[in-house]
Design a protein around this ligand. Structure first.
Ligand SMILES: [Fe+2]
Length: 220
């Protein structure tokens, strides 16, 4: 795999060829069986008194753990991609190579993950927000053509609301165009967004899917 550590605007990891075409096809095949469990993302707009004050979301979500409950071994996505590939020896070593004081090395000691599949249809987007957990791995699942936008943008601004601050001298961002099979692993507390997606229709093969794995520590 092509493994890259990117320092700016905040340290993150990029694996351009994380999934092969065959692996992506197997993931999408599974998604076709999960369509009944998709639900619309939530809209948050100026919720007073909440740290979540500029979180606007429009996309499709599914929590595959919820669907599979106690039978997660029946899921190719959970068993092979989230359960094994993300934690192969090569990738665990890569996380450590980002520095023993980095959050990526710390990933190797997390013991719980939350997987979310997000689907962006025509007009869908997700404005600036942060994720829960320690790190998020954002894996691009679809091999679609003829769509625009849907860029992933990562910034050096962390926190939300009154705790919001920039780490560094100036606000900086990096933009990644959607690239099938690519994985970006970033510290979840830094704000990021997905720009408006334009697709030719909302058929499942034309939805811009990402698989996200969020790591937590629960075992004290
Ligand atoms: Fe996110």
């Amino acid at each position: 795999m092509k493994l890259k550590i990117v320092e700016k605007p905040v340290k993150h990891l990029v694996v351009e060829d994380f999934l092969s075409k065959e692996e992506m096809a197997l993931c999408l095949e599974e998604l076709k069986n999960l369509q009944d469990y998709f639900h619309d993302g939530y809209w948050f707009d100026e919720i007073n008194g909440s740290h979540v004050n500029h979180n606007i979301k429009k996309c499709l979500n599914i929590d595959p753990y919820y669907y599979y409950m106690e039978k997660k071994n029946e899921s190719y996505i959970l068993r092979e991609i989230i359960g094994k590939k993300l934690w192969s020896k090569e990738l665990r070593d890569f996380y450590d190579s980002a520095g023993s004081d980095s959050i990526f090395s710390y990933m190797n000691e997390t013991d719980f993950d939350q997987a979310v599949i997000a689907g962006f249809r025509d007009g869908d987007f997700y404005n600036w927000h942060r994720d829960l957990g320690v790190t998020t791995a954002n894996i691009m699942l679809s091999n679609i053509e003829g769509f625009k936008g849907g860029d992933f943008v990562l910034s050096n601004r962390c926190g939300l609301g009154e705790n919001e601050r920039i780490i560094g001298d100036n606000f900086e961002t990096i933009t990644y165009e959607y690239k099938p099979g690519m994985a970006i692993i970033f510290p979840a507390r830094f704000q990021h967004k997905v720009t408006k997606t334009e697709t030719i229709n909302d058929d499942i093969e034309n939805i811009r899917f990402t698989l996200q794995s969020r790591c937590y520590v629960t075992n004290f």
